[in-house]
Design a binder for this molecule. Sequence first.
Ligand code: GAP
Length: 500
Amino acid sequence: MEQKVVAPAEAGIMKKVVAHAKEYGFVFPSSEIYDGLAAVYDYGQMGVELKNNIKTVWYKAMTQLNDNIVGIDAAIFMHPLTWKASGHVDGFSDPMIDNKDSKKRYRADVLVEEHAAALEAAGKKDEGDALVKKLARLLEANDLKAVQDLIIQTGIKCPVSGTANWTEVRQFNLMFSTQVGSVAEDTSLIYLRPETAQGIFVNFLNVQKTGRMKIPFGIAQIGKAFRNEIVARQFTFRMREFEQMEMQFFIRPGTEMEWYNKWKEVRMKWHQALGLPTNKLRFHDHEKLAHYANAAVDIEFEFPFGFKEMEGIHSRTDFDLGNHQELSKKKQQYFDNDIDEATGKPYGNYVPYVVETSVGADRCFLAVLCNAYTEEVSGEGEQQKERTYLKLHPALAPIKAAILPITKKDGLPEKAMEIYNELKYDVKVTYEDKDSIGKRYTRNDLIGTPFCIAVDHQTLEDNTVTIRHRDSMEQERVAISDLRVKIRKATSWKSILEKL
Ligand code: GAP
């Protein structure tokens, strides 16, 4: 049957993905019964499976495919000096401006960039480009008064009040702070970590020594990070509480470009292996480097709202370890006894350089979900049928197989439960016997279950079942004894990892 897939870039697709995510238990607004909390989301029963699968495949790609990369799980709270050393106390801020009439707060740079995009859309690309360049110059010089003047002179208005009655521009630190200590006098200000990377840096020597690691080696970590984002929108793309999957690769100074290029390539392949199409992924070199980097690139994905950053790969030099060494007064050095060919002597002591790969689990989740969301029309005229399903990689799908007896009698449920009990130790499966088989197929399509296993009367006679495949809707007859191997193979981590 000919099937026409509706391109996800079509208007309104983002709205549909958000509604779908809520309706089928992937993502809920946080504390929804109190009308939610902006830019905070909860993962539901399907979402947590999909997100965990993405995290697992990242962790395995890092720590199982590389014998020189190990994992850690550092605490969210860290000594406050950590964030002084990392530069976050002094430099992790966004320029903000308030509209005095609507009392709404905006990121000043985003206001200007959106105005530039509107100019481009109106055929005035050069004007828009000039505006963005001017903004970059002013921000580089930290001339916030001039940024305010630029907003006013350009005639940028608040989308809510429609006025240009703006406050001055101020830098707003994105770190959330809280107190530790049980009594007021004992309290001291600490931060919720804005990146997981620093938990890796401060454990560099612990891991290197206890694991007898030799450079080059990496430390990988998955964990929560928190940022008080001013412009919080686009669903799980920009959240105030989110998860990062970060890996710091410790190397000999001078080898950073070699490793930077290698990790760029490896990480791009990982995204492709998840099933994200090559033409929806691209590199975007940073023009303005972060305070810690000497080379930086983003891997961008084409979300329904355009190409946006999903992962950052940064050559961070010895910035972090060097600063921790200075502030903590503890040496963060490594003794390299490999022979330097140029001098004929060991490389000796040095503070290692670092190449970092940092991907947001929630952004990756969103990319996978948007890419999987498929609306399909098949047939002609009166026979025309529409179908929505999630075309997820089988290894990422929340449920790998649904076991469905075609009726609730004649011993079919018992036989189906036998199959369920056999498979459940290997893969996540469900058993369903309510509603027609067609409705159950539809429900499973909507959550991306790759295999529906129908148990019918023939099953009782010859121990075979029908597998109905999600994407093609084709059906095949299979012996129960072959099911386990077949489903495990199609949904295995290897099916992704072997592409790396
Ligand atoms: N350690 C480096 C670092 O944190 P970053 O570019 O600020 O670099 C890395 O963040 C990744 O974390 C981003 O590419 C993105 O995927 C994710 N991320 C950052 N802020 C986020 C937010 N507010 N919501 C969701 N994901 C976010």
